[in-house]
Every structure is written in C-alpha cells, then in structure tokens.
Design a protein around this ligand. Sequence first.
Ligand code: IPM
Ligand code: MN
Length: 349
Amino acid sequence: MYKIAVIPGDGTGPEVVREGLKVMAAASKKFGFEYESREFDFSGKRYLETGKLVDDNDIIELKKYNAIYLGAVGDPNVKPGIIETGVLLKLRFALDQYINLRPVKLYSSSYCPLKDKRPEDIDFVVVRENSEGLYKGMGEFKNKGTKDEVALQVSYNTRKGVERCLRYAFEYTRARNKKKKLTLCGKTNVLTYAWDLWERAFNEIAKEYPDVTTDYAHVDATTMWFVKNPEWFDVIVTDNMFGDIITDLGAMIQGGMGIAAGGNINPEGVSMFEPIGGSAPKYTGQNVINPLAAICAVGMLLENIGEAKAGKAVEAAVIKIVQTKLKSLAAGKMGYSTPEVGDLVVENL
Ligand code: IPM
Ligand code: MN
C-alpha cells in the first residue's frame, strides 16, 4: 500500500491534480497496486487566512509518504516569493530533493514550434541540481537604500553537492541507454569559481563511466542548440539556476507548459512530482487548463515508487491522445475540457 501526499496548491493546481488522481486510480486498477492519498493544503489562500506555510512538523509528516504529488504554487494575491520559498523551495530543501529531473520529449510534430523537428529529434532529459547554487539564498545588501547600494547573491556550490548531482546524471545516462551522452551545461568562460569546480568534478567522475560519452556546452550556446539542433542532446546536467532557465525553453520545444512535467528527486528519500507550468491564475476555475503535464507527472511518480510498467502505460496513453485527439496543447484550445482530457487518458489506459 503506497502512501501518496497530494498538494493541489494554487490556481489551476487543484483542477489538474484532480485529473492526475483520476489517472492514478485507473492505473492502480489496471496494474493491481494499491495506494492511499492524503491532501495537504499549502495554498496561498491558507497562507492569507492563517499565515501558515510549510513548517517542520509538515516535513516530519511528509517523510512518512512514498511520494508527493504537487499541482502548482503561486497566488496573485500573495507577494511574489513568499509561497515559492515558503512552500516549493522549503519542500525541495527540507526533503533534500537534490535532483530536478525534467524530460523534454516531443510527442507529436504538430505541437512543435520548431520547423521540421520530429519526435525523434526532441528527446532529452535535463538533470538540474536542485539544492544549491543561486537558490541557496545566500547574499546580503550593503548600504541598502543609498546611492552606494550593493546587492550580493551568491552561487553556493559544494563539492559534495555537485558530485552527488553529477553521479546521479552519469547513472541516469547509463540506465537510459539511449545515446549514452552526457552534456555538462555551464559557463566556464566567465563564472570561473563555480564552473571550475563543476568541470573538474565532471571530468573526474567521467573516468568511472567509460561507456558514457561526455560533452560540454556553455549555457548560452545550449539555448541556441535547443532551437537549432535539439537532436544533439541525450542527457544534460547543470546547476540550479541554469537548469531553471533552460527547462522552460525545453518545455516550449516539446509543445508547451501543457505537457511538461518534472520530478524533484531525493534518491534516498521522498520525491515530489509536478507539472512545471505554474498556477495559471487567469485560467483558474474554467476547466480549460491542459492536465496532461500533471498526468505525465503521475507517470513519473509511478515509475519512481516502483510501478514502472504503470508509469510507462500512463505516458503511452498520453502520447496516444496527443497524437490522435487533441487540437492543441494550449489552455482553452484543446477541443476538450480539462476533465474530458483526463477521461480520454483513462480510456486509452
Ligand atoms: C520551477 C519554478 C520554481 C523554480 C519557482 C516557482 C520557485 O520556476 O520549478 O522551475 O524557480 O525552481
Ligand atoms: Mn522554472
């Protein structure tokens, strides 16, 4: 009996999570596994009413679960940064989910904004470090509010933190067994402390993986290759900030936020799966948001807890309806309502 913690969150989060849970229920019937789920309200609405975010007791409770399923965070009535740091980043850091795994896979050429790219051209995975770098929150103001003000924002990179991320990426590339190519995406030409450490660790660890081809690309060039030659990539490993940026571009070339899912992984602990698109406040309550990213996140979650066959089947059902049913992957243009898309996935499963 798996225990799944569900955090619907803000905006359209609850709408897409409802469809994801519909698919999880169908998968459990079909593949014969059992689970119980419990909802946790860490929304902006609750914050405005009670001042509560995620606290240490919540973390203790969440550690009892096999996985966490998250809808979206971000409430337009709350000052930007509060929910993001108090809920999403708090969960990632406190549960030491040090990998952010973001598959970039095009399911149908019709949804790709790039000319002449086919599904076989866009199929790679970004392994984003998820616990350090600029997200560490280190820094300070000097002379705040004066004309001599200085703001420091430090990128914090530990050898241990970098190394565990790189090892995960090498193992992942090997297990994925596709092109067996791992690209380090950095900025060695300018950020000469952080990327010196990353590059040294990368080259040292690479010696333990002679079957994996290694490559390096600066982050700016990486965004160029995503558009021009996405077929060059197999697995990309990068730091927290660069990973944040390049995976939004990745989401666009795979068909948009409606389809992009990700996992916040602690390989030794509790991992959390989410659509990467955000809370889309303007679509809230209209049943027009695309739930497929949230459904793909269920697929990733199932693979992670040990139900790989079920996870693969969920993805296959998504691919099927993307290729044969949906008019578009964008909110309001799918040709179906949010619950209808969930039903279509269940039927194909
Ligand atoms: C993401 C999001 C978050 C991030 C925000 C909401 C804090 O953009 O998951 O990519 O920057 O990591
Ligand atoms: Mn982001």
